[in-house]
Design a binder for this molecule. Sequence first.
Ligand code: B12
Ligand code: SF4
Length: 620
Amino acid sequence: MICTSRIRPDGLQTSFPPYGALALIQSLVKAGYQVTSLFDIYAFRPPYSEIEATFQRERPDVVGISGVVSTSYKFIKRLIATLHEILPQTPVIVGGNVAANSEILLRIAKADYCVIGEGEETIIELVNYLRQKGGRSQPDDYNVLRRILGIAFLDDNNVAAFSGYRPDISADRLYDPAVDILERDSDINRYIIDPWYYVGFAYDRRTFEPHRKGKKLATLVSTKGCVAKCTFCHRWDIGIRFVPVDLVIERIKMLQESYNVGFISFSDENFGSNRKWVDELLKKITPLDVLWRVGGVRCRTVTLDMLKRMREAGCVNVQYGMESGSQRMLDVMEKNTKVQHNLDAAKWTSEAGMYTSYAMVLGMPGECPETVAETIQFLKEVTEFLPEPPYGRVSINRLEALPGTPVYEYGKVLGLIGRTPQEEEEYLLHISDTSGGDAGKQLNFTDFPDFIVQSWKRLMWIEVMHNWYKKNPDKELPLLTTVWKNLLSLFVPNYTRHMKRMPKKDSSKGRDLIDTFVDKDFNTRRDEIEETLIGLRYHTSLCFTRHFVVLEGIIKDFFSKDIPKRWWLEKMLEILVYYVKGPKKERFSDYRSMRGLMKEIKPEPLTESERNLIPLQLGR
Ligand code: B12
Ligand code: SF4
């Protein structure tokens, strides 16, 4: 049995199918393991008692847990404990990016084996081995285990071992939608959904053409890997692979014929960096008459001409990883882009007639009031010409340091994350179930107190919104309407959710539809109090409201988050010290490559296990 894990339990569910788990099942079935099933915990979000009951009922011989992100650690730890209790002889394998921290999974969470990188081949060799070995209590043959590439395990001396990376699989095996498995074991309607999940479609009048009525949206991925190696991004692939265009087209045709799909979301990380591939796709996708979006394009990849041709071929929305409006921050991220690339991409996308939004990462090492001001200026420039207030287009995320990235390792060097497995586990538990959009739980890599960093997020938002109203005075809502609308959503918490579930009206322009979207894109959100205050500030020019908004945000975080009170006290102390002594001594003042720095420092591994797992640390 392959289980997916709980991600964002309270948040909006994604339409992204569990591609990793699906790939493993396909592989196992091909190798003759016909009875492999998917337990799609991610999709169903069952109560824990139901999860236990499923294990009791199904009694699988081997369980593979897919942990797509490290923030699923807490849940996976609990799942492993439950499995060991209910099925003490069933080996538990954990794969996915959570395995970047294999020692913790093996030593503390008691996973039996971790799979590092692509699991299609590894799982077969491992399951073949387990068939020979028998139940968990049987002794392991470490010589055989060492020969199975792509696994981590605790050896006979209780030392963590890694058998080495396996070569990548070929591009034509990547991202098969495997609808038959989703039909059989999951709920396909969670993955083939209404296009309104992505607001971008509502901005394009082609969406409302009569022949598209009732058509559904499916998520495909057309590339794996990336041409860059940003310091906060986890990479287990070397370079980038492109799914052959003919295969992409074949998959779209299948979805059109069998599932009435008329909208596609290409949820790549790096779409379009091979021009020849893009040209071929544009040529072959046009006759299919689908509307599509791409999530994950590098700004320097696009040109105005390419974007115009994409629109002609049915594209309505392009999402970029812009991350910052400060060159210094882009350099620290090792994005290998210029602010000008971000500006061009933003303007050209609108000029080509497509929707985009702006996702920022706040709080990289070296972030300071100057870099924040640069990002505010950038956001003002790219939002002031938009047709609506940009509250749904600006997504400001705190940097989340996750295992397998240079920024995580740098966090260890700074002492922000402890070095022992127990200390690292404490951090993993702390950030489990959080996202970059949640305030208050991330590490502070800057020289400023955490409260100040938190306030930058709100400052960015309010400044950008205020600028938009200043540039578009005719679009202002009457003050009383703003206050009323926002109070209503504040005091009737289901109001916003209810709006989201309302049957969507067909509108010639999509305007009515756009207004019913509450959170438009990943981690964008409408904050009712802030909006009211922005309205107030607009109407009354009360400058103090800006400070009030920042303070209000901090107070709200204080009460709404599951953050230890001790931690808050430390943060308050930190800010008092800051007011007396000023910012800390600059730790990251000049631009330095973080990867280079890590190579220079080369922290000595504390244990043999740590030494063996070095290849997992900085990604590939
Ligand atoms: C889809 C996705 C999501 C979806 C997940 C939905 C879902 N149903 O899975 C959503 C939108 C929820 C999401 C959210 C986040 N994500 Co995300 N996401 C991805 C993305 C784009 C694709 C994952 C995927 O399906 N890959 C394709 C499959 C084929 O690969 P795979 O999952 O790795 O599986 C292979 C192997 O890992 C292995 N394997 C996987 N499982 C198992 C299990 C077993 C038993 C075995 C043997 C092998 C095995 O074999 C598989 C086949 O080769 C990846 C980037 C990427 N391209 O991988 C980022 C990625 C996983 N996300 C990442 C991050 C950081 C996040 C966020 C934390 C962002 C943030 N700061 O807010 C949030 C999580 C928020 C939260 N509250 O927890 C990071 C994770 C880094 C890390 N060490 O954890 C990634 C890697 C992006 C990156 N490059 O840095 N994400
Ligand atoms: S953040 Fe984006 S551009 Fe950077 S390495 Fe990751 S996928 Fe590539």
